[in-house]
Design a protein around this ligand. Structure first.
Ligand code: SF4
Length: 585
């Protein structure tokens, strides 16, 4: 039997104890993004800084987690060190299924552990272990140690941070089961501020599947849609890196700190090149038949011993854009080596790559000197960037400490704001035009996944402020529904509102299934309300000059269109947050 309430484990790190709370709201906020916003309303302290020990670090899964394919993500919510506002980051791996097997809809972590610690939870236990000996250890070695310390079955999920999180970098990620991440907006620093090196979720319980014929029939249909359509092929074969050549071909790939949008040298780091030369294997999040995770190899030679060490490194479009195109590193193996270095530090690769691209141009222009950067790095110099990544993770000096708080902050201090490629946070790998830039700059997560602005740009050539804003609002609403279930967004072509409604009904969430459209609006509003309560002001967002200088296949960027979009989308966001009557829960 499914529950009509949320079962939440609320942990107090200072006391080393937890309580289970049963909260109402399933029919109004569903789970995932909706549940996280509801939990932040309950536990968050909007007026207090992000590193106040009482700020919650929230993990939430959805009503369909464990029941249907690709319902494999967890929503992590927190007050972000990047902008001190409410934020979400999404990750997969085994985290969602482990929470489901541990019988929790959500995990709320408050307080600060007295010493560097690892929290382990399961259906029948909670344990906070002193792991001071792991503090300072790189993220990959930490993973090895935690796997040895916490033996478990396939339903064990390990979340951990690297030195960047310990150093409270606003670019610190939380790594999930090695190849997935809660990547953006600095949730790794929230763990660091709480003295948490790791979180181990033991999925050591069971959950019953619905009885009757409806559920297995629907499951088979959804599974067939996932595996029989071209989705499987598209994401499994070359995967998201296929975008590298496509965007380069239409002059929409950010290259060399967005000085260019196309370059024949990108052939060296195209998805096809990675697949041909570096790909070892594919992997998948738990509960996913697609397996979009591409794992390549890097080879390191130990001269004295005349032997080689092979390391496995995952890659996607975004990491290749950030560690490759933005830094003009055009050799696939060099990009993988750089990604490996970023992973060890526990940095968000998009922010780290874009920040270093800004620093390189600042060095070229004399805005910075090697007194700050410690290294004379240049575009294309992968070896120097590997060292720089270490400095960024370790916050080696005042410059790297400030850069780790965000490129805009460093540019605010040293200069060079005009060419800081920041849209709310360091940009994602699309230079498709006005709608995407506004979508990322104002979007809730400052992510290319908030709404499909990049695809809108590619489909519509003529400026249309009303049409674009309507699209962004509606697309966000549809995605928020998915991130409340919590589905991988790669499945958005399959999980339309009708199928989601059927899925909910088949597992017993009849009320939620009936009100799904209304619920999507409620969640959208709830999230924006939490964001605004923590200080977000769409009018204060500015778009750096560099974005106005680019040329895409459509020609020069239309500055007037960009400004009109910004005003109209900002007003729409304020309208969503202030709208009447849908957020009571
Ligand atoms: S498609 Fe990729 S990211 Fe999405 S659930 Fe499957 S393996 Fe994970």
């Amino acid at each position: 039997m499914i529950r009509d309430h949320f079962r939440i484990l609320s942990v107090d790190l200072a006391a080393g104890r937890g309580v289970i709370e049963n909260l109402q709201g399933r029919d109004t906020v569903a789970g995932g993004s909706g549940l996280a916003a509801m939990l932040f309303e309950k536990y968050g302290r909007p007026g207090q800084p992000w590193d106040d020990p009482e700020q919650p670090l929230i993990f939430a899964i959805g009503p369909l987690t464990g029941y249907f394919p690709l319902m494999s993500k967890t929503v992590c919510a927190f007050k972000s060190p990047y902008h001190d506002q409410y934020a979400e980051s999404h990750g997969g791996g085994r985290s969602a299924l482990s929470l489901r097997f541990a019988d929790f809809d959500g995990l709320v972590i408050r307080g600060k552990a007295p010493t560097p610690s690892c929290l382990s939870i399961g259906s029948r236990h909670l344990d906070l272990k002193d792991v001071h000996y792991l503090w300072g250890m790189d993220l990959l070695k930490t993973g090895k140690m935690l796997r040895r310390m916490y033996k478990g079955s396939g339903h064990r999920s390990i979340l951990r941070i690297g030195p960047a999180g310990e150093n409270l970098s606003a670019m610190a990620c939380i790594n999930v089961d090695t190849y997935r991440h809660f990547g953006r907006l600095g949730c790794g620093a929230v763990m660091g501020a709480k003295n948490l090196k790791g979180i181990v979720i033991m999925g050591d319980g069971t959950f019953p599947l619905p009885e009757g014929k409806d559920y297995p029939r629907l499951f088979a249909e959804v599974h067939r849609k996932m595996t029989d359509t071209d989705m499987m092929e598209k994401y499994h074969n070359v995967g998201t890196p296929i975008n590298m050549a496509v965007l380069n071909g239409i002059r929409a790939l950010p290259i060399r700190n967005l000085q260019k949008t196309t370059d024949p040298a990108m052939e060296g780091i195209s998805g096809e090149t990675f697949a041909r030369d570096t790909l070892l294997r594919n992997a998948a999040c738990a509960g996913c038949p697609v397996g979009c995770i591409h794992i390549g190899f890097v080879r390191e030679r130990f001269m004295e011993e005349n032997r080689y060490l092979y390391r496995q490194v995952s890659y996607d479009h975004e990491p290749i854009f950030a560690a490759g195109a933005m830094l003009q590193v055009t050799d696939a193996f060099s990009v993988l080596s750089l990604l490996d270095a970023v992973e060890r530090e526990g940095l968000d690769v998009m922010s780290a790559g874009v920040a270093l691209a800004w620093a390189t141009e600042a060095l070229e222009k004399g805005v910075l000197s090697t007194r700050e950067t410690l290294l004379p790095f240049q575009f294309g110099d992968a070896k120097a960037y590997i060292e720089a990544v270490h400095h960024l993770g370790a916050a080696s000096n005042d410059f790297y400490r400030l850069l780790a708080q965000g490129t805009s902050r460093a540019a605010g201090h040293y200069g060079g704001g005009d060419f800081a490629c920041v849209l709310g946070q360091e940009m994602a790998g699309y230079a498709t035009g006005e709608v995407f830039f506004i979508s990322q700059a104002l979007g809730f997560r400052h992510s290319h996944l908030d709404a499909g602005g990049y695809s809108y740009d590619q489909k519509s050539k003529e400026p249309d402020v009303d049409g674009a804003v309507k699209f962004l609002v509606q697309d966000e609403r549809a995605r928020v529904l998915l991130t409340s279930m919590v589905s991988c967004l790669f499945a958005r072509g399959v999980y339309g509102e009708e199928i989601l409604s059927d899925c909910l009904r088949s597992v017993g969430y009849t009320n939620l299934a009936e009100g799904i459209g209304r619920v999507a609006g409620t969640i959208q509003k709830l999230r924006w309300r939490a964001r605004l309560a923590t200080g977000f002001d769409p009018c204060a967002v500015s778009i750096p000059q560099r974005f106005l200088e680019i040329e895409t296949w459509k020609g020069k960027l239309d500055e007037a269109y960009l400004a009109a979009l910004k005003t109209a989308y900002g007003a729409a966001i304020l309208g969503i947050a202030g709208g009447e009557g849908e957020s009571d829960h």
